[in-house]
Design a protein around this ligand. Structure first.
Ligand SMILES: [Mg+2]
Length: 406
């Protein structure tokens, strides 16, 4: 069933309850206790919780007060981001020992392409077991790994292996694994698409398989074609080391076409944050931005602009995208989809130091640096957005969506 031309050996490695696990390792007296890492007891949010806290229904992103109501005995610890960054560097140094093709997804998660390691290190499953053993022995921390022929399946496998497990989805096991899954598990299926599928009576991958390629394309456009392939376990995306990513984009298809310019500006804000977060995460900055607008009649246009200097600041990206939006028919014609793509990516070390740094901008840069890490914990929703919206004097919430292709 898999496309042989893009079949690789991919491992997805993901630390288990990373912040909480580091705390439990550093303070062994808490190793068997429910540990909540996050903000204050009264007003904070849970950034990570140990597996001992999970049976109480606690998860990251939950209000600390609510978590404590469910588990009053939990140990509450504040976030020590410097410490987690330090441990993260040690984890990634281990990954680098096993493959030079490592794509970081967040502070504690990466894809490794180990197709070229077979002769030296053995098959994927053996390499993954060796990585897990090394992380456990050298760092005293649990890590889960998924092994498969592509990124999509490897990530599903590691999620299924958690906590502290290893799962391989072999070529002959893809259908048995995929068919019973809910469609939301498929990369790129957000709330909107899941709802549209539900309206067609489709909740599981097995049901999705009954739709033909052209039915899916008619319904969802390009995303429909991707859906068709993913439902069959086909994913040709390569593991991209940070150096190679040329562009990073995110787009959002709306449940109902949007007419008002204000709601479109807010959607752009959410998209700008998502792409800014992702370039910073990879230590990159962008030379320019492309705005994509698809109207209700499916006609599509793009506008692009270069920044004055390399950028990774969500607010600058947003202001530029908003300027570009003003040169379209948005606000006069219904809009079905918006996309924001950052182009000309370069390592952020190359960013020009400013001669006369703007203190507001400096403050923002420091703030977003710290918040990026927290956003990872919430699925990149919430924190930054709240900060930006607040500055704009608006408290409207923006619907969350899934990121588009790299
Ligand atoms: Mg993790």
């Amino acid at each position: 069933m898999a496309h042989s031309q893009c079949e690789r050996t991919i491992i997805h490695c993901d630390m288990d309850a990373f912040f909480a696990a580091v705390e439990q390792r550093d303070r062994p007296e808490y190793s068997d206790r429910p540990v909540l890492v996050g903000g204050s007891r009264e007003r904070g949010v849970v950034c990570a919780c140990s597996y001992q806290a999970r049976p109480f229904g606690i998860h990251s992103g939950m209000a600390m007060s609510k978590a404590l109501a469910r588990c009053p005995d939990a140990v509450v610890l504040s976030v020590r981001m410097e410490r987690y960054r330090e441990v993260s560097r040690q984890v990634f140094a281990i990954f680098a020992d096993f493959s030079d093709r490592v794509e970081p997804l967040s502070i504690d998660e990466a894809f490794l392409d180990v197709s070229g390691c077979r002769r030296l290190l053995g098959p994927g499953r053996v390499v993954a077991a060796a990585i897990r053993q090394r992380v456990r022995e050298n760092l005293g921390l649990p890590i889960s790994a998924g092994v498969a022929g592509n990124k999509f399946l490897a990530k599903l496998a590691s999620a299924a292996a958690k906590p502290d497990g290893l799962l391989e989805i072999g070529a002959g096991e893809v259908d048995a694994f995929l068919l019973p899954l809910e469609v939301e598990k498929i990369w790129g299926v957000g709330r909107v698409m899941a709802e549209q599928l539900r309206e067609l009576g489709i909740t599981r991958v097995a049901e999705l398989r009954r739709l033909t390629r052209s039915q899916l394309e008619r319904k969802f456009g390009g995303s429909g074609l991707r859906l068709y392939e993913l439902a069959r376990g086909i994913d040709c995306r390569e593991v991209e080391t940070a150096r190679e990513a040329r562009s990073i984009g995110a787009e959002e298809t709306f449940a109902r076409d949007l007419e008002g310019i204000e709601s479109l500006r807010l959607q752009l804000l959410a998209l700008s944050e998502r792409v800014a977060h992702r370039v910073r995460r990879q230590g990159l900055a962008a030379a320019g931005v492309i705005l994509k607008v698809k109207y209700g009649d499916f006609s599509t246009m793009t506008r692009s602009r270069r920044f004055a200097e390399l950028e990774q600041d969500a607010e600058v990206i947003w202001r530029t995208a908003t300027d570009l939006l003003a040169s379209t028919d948005a606000g006069r014609r219904p809009v079905r989809l918006l996309g924001v793509t950052l182009t000309g990516l370069a390592e952020s070390a190359k960013m020009q130091p400013e001669l006369f740094p703007d203190p507001r901008r400096e403050r923002r840069r420091r703030l977003t640096g710290a918040l990026d890490e927290l956003c990872d914990r919430y699925g990149a929703d919430g924190v930054l957005r709240a900060v930006l919206l607040d500055r704009e004097g608006s408290v409207q919430r923006v619907k969350k969506g899934k990121d588009g292709g790299e």
